[in-house]
Write a protein that binds this ligand. Structure first.
Ligand code: ADA
Length: 559
């Protein structure tokens, strides 16, 4: 399953993942090595390929006739896709979905080949050796869809306002014409107790169009962390009364607004108690199976968390589905960590960032759990060139989604010149660890500085990273650096001080679990892991687990 629920009842689909594909790669001596490779997966999970960086060829076969669409939920990090040896698409960006089309295929078996590249190069502006690992492979699910001439691309549902249990809702449906002829059809959209119909739609050759409906949902329940109520929406295309295509999605009814220095969810001031989380596991790389995703969320919930930050890239849609179901608020982030201005000046940088943003928002728009979009973690926000990029990317977000705020996690302290651009001021800080200040001192200075004009005056303040390192099993009564004792002690002070700071909307712990880092970072990171996890890479709890749990569970979801 590519999602937590079935997305079609009429359109014929088939999953191409959850099975072995043929895989080959060129070894250093020039010889070709072939083997079977599980999809979805990272090739680093295979014996002998733990450190492989380069190109890998994946192949499988499928049977079809007519028009097909092949949906890739994530390929890390560059993909060239061929059907029967004809190039049908290319995509850069490990963490967002894309699709390719096969048109008018003859009846029979077809070859699907994907050339995957995870090397670091100027061509890939967002991937650099980093404080996490950039894995290689078809790391998320792949689906085959049999398409009619005119088909449904996406549905976006926007809750507009609520009064006495009645919600005003906007529904947008994107239809596309794949054929060489003008298409005539009827469109209907079903949300609970409501059928919306647009008769006699006409789509010219190869065109796509968004159909917009506004309606009311009566006696509807809101989505919240306490009651994560979800509704289904179904769109159908009919020709001469017969259904030729359908698309099912899921949404929730909630409003997110920034008012003064608060982030409001359905009118109530949120208190974020969250974890930053990388998609990372020693057995699976970034391709965690569903059961592992659910377990991560259960562990976070057990510690009293109400939110997760998808640092530093968009996450698998199933993970977001489970957040919707469990009532876990999501800060969803585009892919860019710690890029200095010289790296942002790569001529491909802005275009590649904006593409990820656009793919992320289009695909994840309906998740009620996503309450904010994040961009450019700790990038060049202290420079004029950087500012241009932040500005352009916020503009891009606003053009795609007006229903959520946006922000960026910064560490540039008094040098940051982008705080006036964002809707929430978000800061990464490591008091008692990298910094000598206490958390209270750090927050007080920051808050004062933000209140000066042109900065973040009057806006919500969020701590997007706070934490300390601790190696699982390293115990030391002396509280030596890297011991579980010291980590737990520091977390206790950090979290209590942030919770007590009146002008703060909450905090994200860096980080949920220990993660593998690029080898270029290993000298700074014992065991080649970023060890600031509250659980280790196998999700074994460190001493800090109980400390976090005690503090988080005592704090209400609202301020
Ligand atoms: C930064 C960064 C994280 C991680 C962290 C750390 O704030 O955003 O990705 O590298 O520091 O562990 O130092």
């Amino acid at each position: 399953m590519l999602r937590a629920f079935a997305t079609h009842k009429y359109r014929k689909t088939e999953e191409l993942s959850e099975k072995f594909w043929d895989f080959s790669m060129e070894q250093e001596d020039g010889l070709k090595e072939s083997r079977k490779m599980w999809v979805p997966g990272c090739w680093e999970s295979c014996p002998g390929l733990e450190n492989y960086r380069g190109i890998g060829q994946y192949q499988t076969a499928f049977e079809a006739e007519g028009n097909v669409r092949i949906v890739f939920k994530g390929v890390s990090h560059f993909a060239k896709v061929y059907i029967d040896d004809v190039l049908v698409g290319e995509h850069y960006g490990s963490y967002t979905p894309f699709e390719v089309y096969g048109k008018d295929l003859h009846f029979g078996v077809h070859n699907l080949r994907v050339e995957v590249d995870n090397s670091f190069s100027e061509k890939y502006a967002l991937d650099i050796p980093n404080d996490y690992y950039s894995y290689g492979g078809i790391s998320r699910g792949v689906g085959l869809e049999f398409l009619p001439d005119v088909f449904l691309q996406w549905i976006h549902v926007t809750p507009l306002q609520e009064q006495n249990g009645v919600w005003d809702v906007k529904v947008e449906v994107m239809c596309a014409n794949l054929s060489e002829q003008e298409q005539h059809f009827d469109l209907d959209v079903q949300i609970p107790n409501e059928a919306l119909v647009e008769k006699d739609c006409v789509l010219p050759v190869h065109e796509e169009r968004v159909y917009t409906f506004e309606t009311k949902m009566e006696h509807a329940q809101s989505w919240s962390p306490e009651h994560p109520v979800l509704y289904m929406v179904t769109a159908r295309i009919r020709k001469d009364g017969v259904v030729t295509d359908d698309l099912v999605d899921r949404f929730g009814l909630r409003l997110v607004r920034v008012e003064g220095n608060q982030i409001l969810l359905n009118g109530k001031a949120l208190r974020i108690k969250g974890f930053c989380r990388h998609e990372d596991h020693p057995e699976y790389g970034c391709a965690l199976p569903a059961a592992e995703m659910q377990r991560d969320l259960q562990l976070m919930k057990d510690m009293g968390a109400n939110s997760v930050r998808t640092s530093h890239y968009p996450n698998d849609e199933r993970f977001l589905d489970y957040c919707d179901e469990l009532g876990i608020l999501v800060w969803e982030e585009n892919h860019a960590r710690g890029l200095e201005v010289e790296q942002m000046q790569n001529p491909l940088f802005e275009e590649q960032c904006e593409k990820v943003i656009s793919e992320m928002i289009t695909a994840h728009y309906n998740h009620p759990s996503i309450y904010i979009w994040g961009i450019l973690n700790e990038c060049g926000s202290e420079t004029e060139y950087g500012r241009m990029c932040y500005k352009a990317q916020y503009k891009k977000i606003a053009s795609l989604d007006k229903s959520r705020p946006y922000s960026s996690a910064s560490c540039k302290y008094e040098k940051d010149i982008c705080q006036d651009l964002e809707m929430v001021c978000s800061w990464n800080m490591y008091p008692y660890w990298y910094e000598e200040d206490t958390a209270t001192q750090r927050l007080t200075k920051l808050h004062e500085w933000l209140q000066q004009s042109q900065r973040g005056a009057g806006k919500p303040l969020l701590v997007t990273e706070i934490g300390a390192g601790g190696i699982y099993g390293f115990r030391s009564v002396a509280q030596d650096v890297w011991s579980e004792e010291l980590q737990s002690e520091i977390l206790g002070k950090q979290l209590s001080e942030v919770a007590a700071f009146e002008n703060c909307s909450g905090m994200y712990i860096w980080q949920f679990c220990d993660v593998r880092v690029s080898k270029e970072w290993a000298m700074r990171r014992p065991k080649s892991r970023n060890n600031k996890g509250i659980v280790d890479e196998y999700r074994r709890p460190k001493l800090a687990y109980e400390t976090v749990k005690k503090i988080f569970t005592a704090l209400p979801n609202y301020r």
